[in-house]
Design a protein around this ligand. Structure first.
Ligand code: GAP
Length: 566
């Protein structure tokens, strides 16, 4: 991976292995919500822990080789709703959406064609004509309309009224042999009710009915705080973790006495009422973000923007994502969010798509948020006072008190030298999106010799050891001669340090296969030799090589593989 794969098959593998389950599956599931199983929860936790360690506790030096100061926060999911007015979310956080008059479902207007391309009816219909030439066979389309179409797209014009649609096609498509329509045009013809329609209509991906006009629909999840369900009690589930950081900017500054530049980080849930959740967990309605707001002097902001773009891309590579699958893409001016001066998306070549898709956005937010919160909250302290510079520039000044000096009405440009609103660079990553990317990247099918030396296909999850849900599995070769006891004792000695797994069931080859599918980098076997000289074999998941090492060195061997490296 990631060459293109059947996501339904992949989702089944993830379910069977205990990585990801559909939420509330026993009740038929709920669209856009997912649960992590026993292996998935370890994988996602390792991702969040690696991010926290590498970005917050131990970030690499800054662009000039300096130490970077980072601190963390853990804010409430529900905040004063005024936060979301100030941030612009209440006013503008919406997607263009089209409602289907036939089945009532909503589709994102700006993603209609990719969603249609994935729909069951489109995939079935596509077999019936050649979109390259636009040629079609009316008999085949008629047969489809009366058969599969009835079930898959009951409201498509072609299905409801095949004779009219086919004669319409004859005038519009075969009538213009020199200009064969592309797939999108052809699909519009199939959905258009009237023979002489002037405007062609786009069909609903669920039922085929012509879709209504696009309208902006808010993505904010609403609830009420307290027992009264009134407008005054209305609150929102946060759509991003960032605003908790901005709202606490002054608290962090006052409690830590941090000096610019510095970053505040947060990992936590975010909620968006996505119109069309899709592509497994890629676009969910509940997901987790790993966000940094990095505050710096405006004059240094471009340097830090560059620094975070490079560092964040590198971070994914150090955790095993191949560079060729990572594509940084500078957003066009028309794509930028309302707060952004510039944004680079770090995109990943997910196997469900022909185009790379966003894994993380690194945005230059300028001073948008602090300025907006200062204005809406009336708090005039959401700025930064550069005390060091103020003290350094003391010669020739009548007073050492900044407040007193302000009373002398100095020019604004002089004041801004000492007191200004910091600019913010925001690397904003999705924990669930990266978990999905890691699963896709790790999934490998290869051929290995079985116990008798015959080739067999194995599925192996080639996780980076730091991310692997289980770090090592410990096997007694056979369940006798003191091997299980020895294996159990090794297992117990490793358990406080790593997530390890003890397995004494079945043939050892089968035990290896199970661990390959779980992505366990090391399998440690206690055998006859162990009883004589206290050595064990360590099998490497990827090379299949077995190394014999003293039992006392097992922990150090695993630790070496888990050493961070950004
Ligand atoms: N604070 C900026 C912000 O929230 P964003 O690009 O909307 O920016 C940042 O989101 C990251 O959050 C995305 O790059 C993605 O990894 C993740 N994300 C956003 N919406 C998501 C969704 N519906 N499902 C899963 N992850 C999502």
């Amino acid at each position: 991976m990631p060459t293109k794969i059947d996501m339904a098959k992949f989702a089944k593998f993830c379910k069977d292995m205990g990585f990801i389950f559909q939420s509330s599956e026993i009740y038929g599931g709920i669209n856009g919500f997912w649960d992590y199983g026993p292996l998935g929860v370890e994988l996602k936790k390792n991702i969040k822990d690696a991010w926290w360690l590498d970005m917050v506790r131990n970030p690499p030096p800054g662009p000039d080789g300096q130490e970077i100061r980072m601190v963390g926060l853990d804010c409430a999911i529900i905040m004063n709703p005024k936060v979301w007015v100030a941030s612009g979310h209440v006013g503008t956080f919406a997607d263009p959406t089209r409602k289907c008059p036939g089945c009532g479902k909503f589709t994102r207007a700006d993603q209609l064609w990719p969603i249609l391309a994935e729909s069951d009816w489109m995939n079935s219909l596509i077999q019936e004509f050649d979109p390259g030439t636009g040629k079609y066979d009316s008999n085949r389309l008629m047969k489809w309309a009366k058969g599969k179409g009835q079930k898959l797209a009951p409201n498509l014009a072609l299905v409801k009224n095949p004779e009219v649609t086919l004669s319409f096609l004859a005038t519009r498509v075969n009538g213009q042999p020199d200009a064969p329509p592309n797939l999108q045009e052809f699909t519009r013809y199939l959905a258009t009710e009237q023979l002489h329609a002037t405007g062609l209509q786009e069909p609903c991906p669920a039922c085929g009915a012509p879709l209504g006009e696009a309208k902006q629909v808010s993505l904010m999840f609403e609830s009420h705080a307290g027992l009264e369900k009134t407008e005054d009690a209305k609150v929102y589930l946060r759509p991003e973790t960032a605003q908790g950081i901005f709202a606490n900017y002054r608290n962090v500054l006052d409690s830590t006495r941090l000096k610019l530049p510095f970053g505040i980080a947060q990992v936590g849930k975010a909620f968006r009422n996505e119109v069309t959740p899709r592509n497994f967990t890629f676009r969910s309605r509940e997901f987790e973000q790993m966000e940094i707001e990095f505050f710096c002097h405006p004059d240094e902001s471009m340097k830090w923007y560059q620094y975070w773009r490079d560092l964040r891309k590198k971070w994914y590579s150090t955790l095993g994502v191949k560079s060729e699958n990572l594509v940084p893409r500078e957003q066009g001016k028309e794509e930028l969010a309302h707060y952004s001066i510039g944004t680079t998306d770090i995109e990943y070549m997910f196997p469900f798509s022909d185009e790379p898709q966003e894994l993380e956005g690194v945005a230059h937010r300028g001073c948008f948020d602090l300025t907006a919160h200062a204005k809406h909250s009336g708090n005039d302290k959401l700025n930064y006072f550069d005390e060091e510079r103020w003290n350094a520039d003391s010669t020739g000044r009548s007073t050492n008190s900044f407040k007193e000096w302000l009373k002398t009405n100095p020019p604004a440009t002089d004041v801004e030298k000492y007191q200004f609103t910091p600019h913010v660079i925001e690397p904003s990553a999705g924990a669930d999106r990266f978990t999905l990317a890691v699963l896709c990247e790790a999934y490998t099918e290869d051929k290995v010799p079985d116990a008798k030396g015959n080739e067999e296909t194995r599925v192996v999850m080639k996780f980076h050891p730091r991310l692997a849900p289980i770090k090592a599995a410990i096997f007694p070769l056979v369940n006798k001669d003191g091997m299980p006891e020895k294996a159990m004792s090794l297992y117990r000695s490793l358990k406080p340090h790593f997530n390890v797994f003890f397995d004494d069931k079945g043939a050892v080859g089968r035990r290896y296969r199970r661990q390959d599918e779980a992505g366990t980098p090391f399998c440690i076997t206690i055998d006859g030799e162990t009883l004589k000289d206290d050595t064990v074999t360590i099998r490497d998941r990827d090379t299949l090589k077995q190394e014999r090492v003293p039992m006392s060195q097992v922990r150090a061997t695993i630790e070496r593989a888990l050493t961070p490296g950004v």
